[in-house]
Design a binder for this molecule. Structure first.
Ligand code: VGL
Ligand code: ZN
Length: 316
C-alpha cells in the first residue's frame, strides 16, 4: 500500500509543479494527459522523478531568455521591400510599439538585433539577376522575370532563389534599423546575407545551411535556453530564424503583435511549422509572464514532456 501511495505522491508533486509553470487551471486536464503519456506503463519512482525533473522542470528553474528582434530595418518598414506592399496587407509600424514594449519594459537576459546586410550586387536582387558573374538555369534565362519570381541559379553557386527588389544594402539607409525602434545598451547585433552568392533568411545560418553565424555561440556563451522572437518578415526571416532556434533546442516563441509578414499564405505555413515544432505563438501578456517567470507556454511543456517520454521509453 505504501508503495502505491508513494507513486501517487510523486505524480501529484510533478503535477503541481506543472500547474505552477502554466499557471492556468483550464490546462490541468492536458497536464494530466501529459503525465500519463510520460509514464505510460512505467511507475513513478525516484528514477522517473529525477528524469522528469531534469528534462521538464529544470529548464524553467534555470531559464535564461534572449529577445531576438529580427530585421526591423527601413527597407522592410517603408523602403524598397516594404511589408505594407505584401498581400497580407500588414503594417510594420503597427508592430513597432509592441516591439518597443518588449525592449523597454520587460527584462531579458540578452537582447539581439539582427540585420539583413547585403552587398549591392546580391544574388537575391532582381535588378542583378543577369549580371555576368552569375548564370540562371536555361528555363529562367529565356523568360521574362518579375520581382518575387523564384529562379534557379546554376553559377557560381547552384541555388534556388526568390528575386526581391534591391534591399538592405550594407551601410545604406535601407539597411539601418528603423529610427523608431528602441536601442538597448549592451544589446548584440547580428548581420546576415553578406555573401554575394548565398542568401541568408535565418540569423543562425545561410540558406544552404553551410555557414553558421555567431548567433548560436553567442546564445550558448550566455547560457540562453529560451528565445523570444519578433520582427520582420514573419513569414521569411523571423520564421527561418525561429525554426532554427527550435532545431538548436532553444525553447522558442514568436510574439505575434511584434511581427508582420508579406504573404498570408506563407504566414499560415509558418504557423503550421511553429505548431509542429512546439514554437509558441504568444501575445504581449504571455511575453510579460515569461519575462517575469510567472507562467510559460503550454507548447514548451508539451515539447519537454515528449522529450522526457522519449528518453524514458527509448524512442526517437
Ligand atoms: C527578408 C526577404 C529578403 C526578411 C530578407 O528579413 O524577412 N525577406 N531578405
Ligand atoms: Zn534580404
Amino acid at each position: 500500500m505504501g508503495v502505491v501511495q508513494n507513486e501517487q505522491d510523486i505524480r501529484e508533486k510533478m503535477k503541481n509543479e506543472l500547474i505552477s509553470l502554466v499557471n492556468e487551471i483550464d490546462l490541468i486536464p492536458e497536464l494530466d494527459r501529459l503525465l500519463d503519456d510520460f509514464i505510460e506503463n512505467k511507475t513513478w519512482n525516484e528514477d522517473t522523478q529525477e528524469l522528469f525533473t531534469r528534462v521538464v522542470l529544470k529548464p524553467f528553474t534555470t531559464l535564461r531568455t534572449s529577445l531576438l528582434v529580427v530585421d526591423f530595418q527601413n527597407d522592410f518598414v517603408t523602403g524598397s521591400l516594404s511589408i505594407k506592399e505584401g498581400d497580407a496587407e500588414q503594417d510594420p509600424l503597427e508592430a513597432l510599439p509592441h516591439v518597443n514594449n518588449l525592449l523597454e519594459n520587460l527584462n531579458w537576459n540578452m537582447i539581439v538585433y539582427t540585420q539583413d546586410w547585403h552587398p549591392s550586387n546580391h544574388i537575391s536582387f532582381f535588378e542583378h539577376a543577369r549580371n555576368p558573374d552569375r548564370e540562371l538555369a536555361p528555363e529562367d534565362k529565356s523568360r521574362k522575370l518579375r520581382p518575387f519570381d523564384i529562379v534557379r541559379f546554376v553559377k557560381p553557386v547552384s541555388t534556388i532563389q526568390v528575386l526581391y527588389p534591391s534591399h538592405c544594402i550594407q551601410g545604406g539607409w535601407g539597411s539601418q534599423l528603423h529610427l523608431g525602434l528602441q536601442r538597448i545598451d549592451g544589446a548584440h547585433y547580428i548581420k546576415k546575407g553578406a555573401d554575394v552568392y548565398v542568401d541568408a533568411y535565418s540569423a543562425f545560418s545561410d540558406n544552404c545551411g553551410i555557414k553558421q553565424s555567431e548567433l548560436e555561440m553567442l546564445l550558448r556563451k550566455n547560457d540562453i535556453n529560451a528565445v523570444i522572437g519578433c520582427g520582420l518578415a514573419y513569414d521569411i526571416c523571423v520564421m527561418h530564424t525561429l525554426k532554427d532556434a527550435s532545431k538548436h533546442g532553444f525553447l522558442t516563441c514568436i510574439v505575434k503583435s511584434g511581427s508582420k509578414g508579406l504573404s498570408s499564405l506563407k504566414m499560415d505555413e509558418a504557423n503550421k511549422m511553429f505548431q509542429k515544432r512546439g514554437v509558441a505563438i504568444i501575445d504581449d501578456e504571455m511575453a510579460q509572464l515569461i519575462s517575469r517567470r510567472e507562467a510559460f507556454p503550454i507548447e514548451w511543456i508539451r515539447l519537454l514532456v515528449h522529450q522526457a517520454q522519449s528518453e524514458l521509453h527509448g524512442k526517437k
